[in-house]
Design a protein around this ligand. Structure first.
Ligand code: ATP
Ligand code: MG
Length: 410
């Protein structure tokens, strides 16, 4: 009871957390739009999900992938791109596995056998395959070809989707590799095949393939400059921001109402409850950051032994987590280019009602308000840290809290 083995909170782990909050918009985008449309052969763009560190990008798609997998879909593992490595190798290897899952490896069709061996070459040599100047198709076209075969096999299998998740896409620093990868995936998404419908007519349809790209907002810049207009048209980008307080409260409601079921150590089960004030305190102190939500919950769980988590235990637990909470937000700030950080610090220094572009630019020592325009625009549309209303407000509530108050002190 209330020990490390049954603590349901999991800050920073690579699993889908047991205590899940919000992100309903993105989950229903998958369930109600992407999956049904692509299964029916309708075109639907790939998805790019960006956001500052710790906002739950990887976790969100991991959850979608788990759901898909449980429904029988063919799902790649989360393909995490290590910094500076060749993404084509990683993705080619994953596509080969999908081909195996689709039963293509044993296909006797020459076309498919050849597509597989070309992608095997890509998996071994990656983007450097092109640099050798050999004739034959570019590596990315082989990748698209095999993906198309996987898609056709998925259609033949009935109600099956193919789901590809590439994580940490900001780590793709090689221009050529990035554009090849984006083209390969984009071409598979827009590819149409002819199928026979009841009655014998031939119609063309898209393949049941979905692609999710996740990573830091910096990807937007890199890709923006290099990917060209084609990428922008084939992928729809969303930027995650803090989780709503209402969603966090709802996630803890199970503790408050019924209690969280755990083993009682004697072969039976017991329930761990939470005082309503304890739940609202967790909801409040984490400032909408999913990582801090898990951290606050985890520490509160450990802070006592009783079968009800009290508000005092939340406070005691949080005291032990404060340094980590500060470090988490400082890391977010430190990653930002100097001018963006300066903008946020200046904005935070002003009374809430005075946070206008004119004021902020003036205090930053800029000649005119428009000189701060691009910086403020990036902080809003690319990073989702501020909102340029009248006046400007913070959307990243933990950044706001650190810069404008005693937070994380209670
Ligand atoms: N919807 C959610 N509800 C509850 N907890 C969540 C949710 N999403 C993520 N978390 C928790 O937040 C933490 C950070 O999530 P995750 O690693 O997915 O963030 P990220 O955006 O991928 O960060 P990074 O940019 O550093 O890779 C994890 O501990 C995860 O359990
Ligand atoms: Mg991540």
């Amino acid at each position: 009871m209330r020990d490390s083995l049954d603590n349901p909170f999991s800050p920073g782990s690579d699993t889908v957390p047991a205590v899940w909050a919000g992100r309903t918009e993105q989950l229903s985008d998958w369930r109600d739009i992407v999956r049904p449309r692509r299964l029916s052969g309708l075109p639907e763009r790939g998805r790019t999900i960006l956001g500052e560190p710790g906002l739950g990008k990887s976790t969100l798609i991991r959850r979608i992938a788990e759901e898909a997998s449980a429904a029988g879909d063919w799902v790649t593992p989360q393909l995490r791109i290590p910094s500076g490595t060749d993404p084509l190798k990683l993705v080619a290897t994953a596509v080969l596995k999908l081909a195996e899952q689709a039963g293509l490896a044993s296909s006797r069709e020459k076309r498919i056998g050849e597509a597989i061996s070309r992608v095997q070459a890509v998996a071994a040599a990656g983007v450097s395959l092109t640099l050798r100047g050999t004739d034959g198709p570019e590596p990315y076209t082989s990748l698209t070809e095999l993906l198309v075969e996987v898609g056709i096999a998925a259609i033949a299998s009935g109600h099956v989707m193919v789901l590809i998740h590439i994580d940490e896409i900001q780590n793709i620093t090689d221009d050529k590799a990035l554009s090849q990868l984006l083209i390969a995936l984009g071409d598979a998404l827009t590819h149409e095949v002819e199928v026979t419908v009841p009655g014998g007519a031939l119609v063309s349809r898209s393949l049941p393939i979905a692609v999710y790209l996740t990573g830091l907002p910096d990807f937007e810049d890199m890709a923006g400059a290099r990917k060209g207009a084609t990428f922008a048209r084939r992928f729809k980008t969303a930027t995650l921001s803090a989780i709503d307080e209402l969603d966090l409260a709802e996630a803890l409601q199970e503790f408050v109402l019924d209690g969280w079921e755990v083993a009682d150590g004697a072969g039976g089960t017991a329930r761990i409850r939470m005082e309503p004030e304890a739940a609202s305190l967790i909801t409040e102190i984490c400032r909408g950051e999913p990582f801090l939500f898990q951290l606050a919950g985890e520490q509160a769980w450990y802070a006592g032994r009783g079968d009800t988590i009290t508000a005092d235990e939340v406070r005691a637990g949080w005291r032990g987590a404060q340094r980590e909470a500060t470090a988490h937000v400082e890391r977010i700030l430190e990653r930002l280019p100097g001018k963006e950080r300066q903008f946020l610090q200046t904005m935070a220094g002003l009374p809430a009602a005075d946070r206008t572009l004119t004021h902020i630019a003036q205090l930053m020592g800029l000649a005119k308000a428009t000189d701060a325009g691009p910086t403020s625009q990036r902080l809003d549309t690319v990073r989702g840290i501020i909102e340029r209303g009248r006046p400007y407000t913070f959307r990243h509530r933990a950044v706001e809290a650190l810069l404008t108050s005693d937070w994380p002190n209670l």
